[in-house]
Design a protein around this ligand. Structure first.
Ligand code: NAD
Length: 319
């Protein structure tokens, strides 16, 4: 069995490699070649969440589970709020094949999912990126989105405004002017990424202009919510996986209110495979409900193992 420690991941898995691995597995899901198993996620109290996301990619011969959770007190102790480990198994024999540090991989695979949605669904001429959220994950989302469109500036809003300068520093590093704005000014953006742990909608339908693409990445649990459900009714809704979108994703609220139906939601893998046109007009609002599926974790972990073997940094243990 191989171990790829968290400390090796940054040098092994580039954002481009994560993008390619996630795009491939989204496509495999839409072809029915890869399946996510039901998610287990439990509240541990005081905002802490823990869970297990797992799946099987028959084509890629990858099976495994990500054990991980969200611990809001960690940042104060100098640790990431997300703590994850990926375990991979041989789908033929069930033998464990690898244990892989999952913290950075989670950030990379989440940023990759949003970037894939921007790449496939946003207007090609998008110039203004709107960010709602300024936590740990927001920095990865900003960098990944900036790789797939030639943005000219970034506007941002956060519930805790004191967190915005850190995100501004990332924009500056990318050479992009950055401005903190009220939510009403999100109408200036052609792409909006939401990535907060909000329990109630911040971004309203009136804050979004026609033609915008939204990547809603923060809602990955029952009870979280980032955008007004009426926005989903106004948009063409895409997701990583419909089953998660309607239960733990942003769509859970629009579904509960009867504003959209499950059948209205399109898996992005279908767009990648050419089975769905994606955006059909310049004025259409497209919304990607990125819930985070286990197969994304397994795809990037498997890529990390391959790269670690190539570089000779995987630790081999008898098990
Ligand atoms: P973080 O703790 O670093 O940041 C939290 C963010 O949420 C900050 O911007 C904060 O200001 C904002 N926030 C907190 N309370 C709020 C409220 N009441 N209203 C509005 N905003 C509020 O967390 P993070 O690592 O940046 O993760 C952000 C969210 O993304 C979390 O909900 C996390 O579970 C989710 N996430 C989703 C995926 C996925 O695949 N979809 C992957 C990773 C993280």
């Amino acid at each position: 069995m191989l171990i790829v420690p968290e400390s090796e991941i940054a040098a092994l898995v580039s954002p481009e490699a994560a993008f390619a691995a996630v795009e491939e597995v989204f496509a495999a899901m839409a072809r029915g070649e890869a399946v996510n198993f039901p998610v287990i996620r439990e509240a541990l109290g005081e905002g802490r969440q823990y869970g297990f996301k797992s799946g099987l990619d028959r084509k890629g011969a990858v099976m495994g589970v990500k054990s991980g959770g969200y611990f809001p007190g960690n940042a104060g102790r100098g640790m990431p709020n997300h703590q994850s480990t990926v375990f991979l198994f041989d789908p033929e024999s069930g033998r464990p094949t690898a244990v892989v540090g999952g913290n950075l991989l989670t950030a990379l695979r989440t940023a990759a999912a949003a970037a894939i949605s921007v790449d496939r669904l946003a207007r090609k001429d998008a110039k203004v990126l709107g960010m709602v959220g300024a936590g740990h994950q927001a920095q990865f989302q900003l960098r990944a989105a900036a790789r797939v469109r030639d943005f000219e500036r970034v506007i941002a809003w956060n519930y805790h405004p004191e967190m915005l300068p850190k995100l501004g520093a990332v924009a500056a590093e990318l050479g992009l002017p950055f401005e903190a704005v009220p939510l009403e000014r999100m109408t200036e953006a052609e792409v909006i990424v939401t990535v907060t742990s909000s329990p109630a909608a911040s971004l309203m339908a009136a804050h979004v202009a026609p033609g915008t693409h939204l990547a809603c990445m923060g809602t990955d649990t029952k009870g979280k919510q980032e955008v007004e459900p009426a926005l989903l009714a106004r948009a063409r809704v895409f997701t990583d996986e419909v089953a998660q979108s309607v239960t733990i994703g942003e769509a859970q609220h629009a579904i509960a209110e009867g504003l959209i139906a499950e059948a209205d939601i399109v898996e992005i893998g279908r767009v990648i495979n050419g089975d769905h046109p994606g955006r059909t007009s310049e004025d259409e609002i497209t919304l990607f409900d990125g819930t985070g599926v286990g197969l994304q974790d397994l795809a990037v972990a498997s890529a990390a193992v391959d790269l670690a073997v190539k570089k000779g940094v995987a630790v081999e243990v008898d098990f």
